[in-house]
Design a binder for this molecule. Structure first.
Ligand code: FRU
Length: 495
């Protein structure tokens, strides 16, 4: 296949540059870009016996630049292998801004279809400029992709009145049971805040507008990004990442958030919103993707980063940006639960189990069998009447540590990297409400070299953060102010 100069250059660059990144300088099992910069995961899909994951990619530096689509595959959602860069900004709709986020699906003829946003710069006679965003296609065999000659397939001509052509991006594409194709695309409405537009197609190449699926009306931030829409247990679920939010009492923090909307589908195809939920209450989480696995599970992952915390990074590393552990989604009592995919369990070794251990200020819980920077650890906490806090410390060295802190009096959980050796004044800790059942709180920590994901009460809520503590800092301890009884089960993860 003939490839463009831009794509050729990216492929040569990544092949050479990845040799300068030793495996132990990357996370053990969280996906990173082959080299350079990564933001949103894209096009998560099951195709010809493997999961494919693409990502917003700038292979030439560890900062954002004109977007390419990096590419990796996995059979078990844990162990990833890189494939060559899939898309480069080499055609009219995407030449200046690049190939922005989007989705992927398999066509009936067996080709892999990528649907992405092209971002181009338009120059006006008066000297001003603006971005123009359109939706575009590429087809391929799982390694090489050819952009469709009919691009763009959705442009300003397809937009309803008042919809912005500047902010029109991040299509999620899927095929419905009746064989028709659908895509949902994020857009800025006349009120200058986000809305999600629903389109349909008979062949995935010719599209028309159906309706506005959901609208922000100024309630949750400004523009919305990276939408997803699926059915689960008879309910309709939207995942979306709102920009520029104000902190509120539902648990959203100032800045960019990710949220889940649970509801139902109206006759006209639009969404009836019934419940809003914070997707991840930690520091580093944005821009989700989901896939339906062959055995029927809805699996989600996200960019394990937040735009505002980008300055906090591993200094001198030739990669930047990670993807979260893939998470199985389920609905219970109208609430969305997330848990690490069960495939992770085959990589657990050296079980350590301690039950009914009483801890207090003089007696922390440590275990000689428990240390490391890649662990799957479950701590069940039963606070006693005098208990003011219980902290699970990890990545602990002589001076530094990270921790999650439960405060029973407040029913809050705090995830904190302030003492990890961090030297950037970005958000280094975040606190969220947690609920205690039957007098106990259950925390499952998925720890990798540069990240911690804490699943609370079997996935009722999640708090995620990256951290860049010295790799030698690897001790674990549970400490208390006042007393508590804890159970702990821990495994080392080896991939
Ligand atoms: C979200 C986002 C998307 C866009 C992409 C560009 O992080 O802003 O809306 O497609 O990043 O890289």
């Amino acid at each position: 296949m003939q490839i463009s100069e831009e794509l050729h250059r990216a492929r040569v660059t990544e092949k050479t540059a990845e040799r300068c990144i030793p495996a132990e300088e990357r996370p053990l099992f969280h996906m990173t870009p082959r080299t350079g910069w990564m933001n949103d995961p894209n096009g998560l899909s099951w195709y010809k016996g493997e999961y494919h994951l693409f990502y917003q990619y700038y292979p030439y530096d560890t900062v954002w630049g004109p977007m390419h689509w990096g590419h990796a595959v996995t059979r078990d959602l844990i162990h990833w292998d890189y494939r060559p860069c899939a898309l480069a900004p080499d055609s009219f709709p995407d030449r200046e801004g690049g190939c922005f986020s989007g989705g992927a699906a398999e066509l009936p003829d067996g080709r892999h279809l990528l649907m992405y946003t092209g971002c181009r710069r338009e120059k006006h006679a008066d000297g001003t400029e603006c971005d123009v965003q359109t939706q575009n296609l590429a087809t391929g065999d799982g390694t090489d992709y050819q952009k469709y000659e009919g691009n763009p397939v959705l442009s300003e001509l397809d937009l309803p009145a008042g919809a912005s052509r500047v902010d029109f991006r991040d299509p999620k594409i899927w095929r419905d049971a009746d064989g028709s194709w659908k895509c949902v695309v994020a857009n800025r409405a006349e009120d200058q805040t986000g809305q999600l537009l629903l389109f349909t197609s008979a062949d995935a190449f010719h599209w028309s507008y159906i309706c506005t699926l959901a609208a922000n009306h100024g309630r949750y931030g400004r523009m919305w990004e990276c939408p997803d829409y699926f059915e689960m247990d008879g309910r309709s679920v939207i995942l979306v990442s709102p920009q520029d939010m104000e902190a509120d009492d539902q648990g959203f923090h100032a800045g960019n958030n990710s949220m889940c909307m649970i509801g139902s589908c109206r006759e006209d195809g639009s969404f009836r919103e019934e419940k809003i939920q914070v997707l991840d209450a930690g520091i580093d989480f944005y821009a989700t993707q989901t896939v339906l696995t062959p055995d029927g599970r809805r699996v989600m992952l996200g960019w394990m980063q937040n735009w505002d915390t980008v300055p906090y990074r591993l200094e001198k590393a030739k990669w930047f940006g990670q993807v979260t552990v893939p998470r199985e989604l389920s609905l219970r009592g109208g609430h969305l639960y997330q848990n690490p995919v069960r495939e992770l369990e085959q990589y657990r070794y050296g079980r350590v189990e301690r039950e009914h251990v009483r801890i207090d200020a003089q007696h922390p819980l440590t275990d000689p069998g428990l240390s490391g920077r890649a662990l799957d650890l479950t701590l069940t906490i039963r606070p006693e009447a005098d208990c003011r806090k219980v902290a699970l410390r990890f990545a602990q060295g002589e001076k530094h540590y990270c921790e999650v802190v439960y405060r029973p009096g407040e029913n809050t959980l705090t995830i904190d990297r302030s003492h990890s050796g961090a030297v950037r004044d970005v958000t280094n800790s975040r606190t969220a409400a947690v609920s205690v059942r039957g007098g106990e709180l259950k925390l499952r920590l998925i720890l990798d070299r540069y990240s911690a994901e804490v699943f609370v009460n079997d996935g009722e809520s999640v708090m995620t953060m990256t951290f860049y503590a010295d790799r030698k800092d690897d001790r674990i301890a549970a400490l208390a102010c006042g007393s508590a009884e804890v159970d702990l089960t821990g495994y080392t993860l080896k991939i």
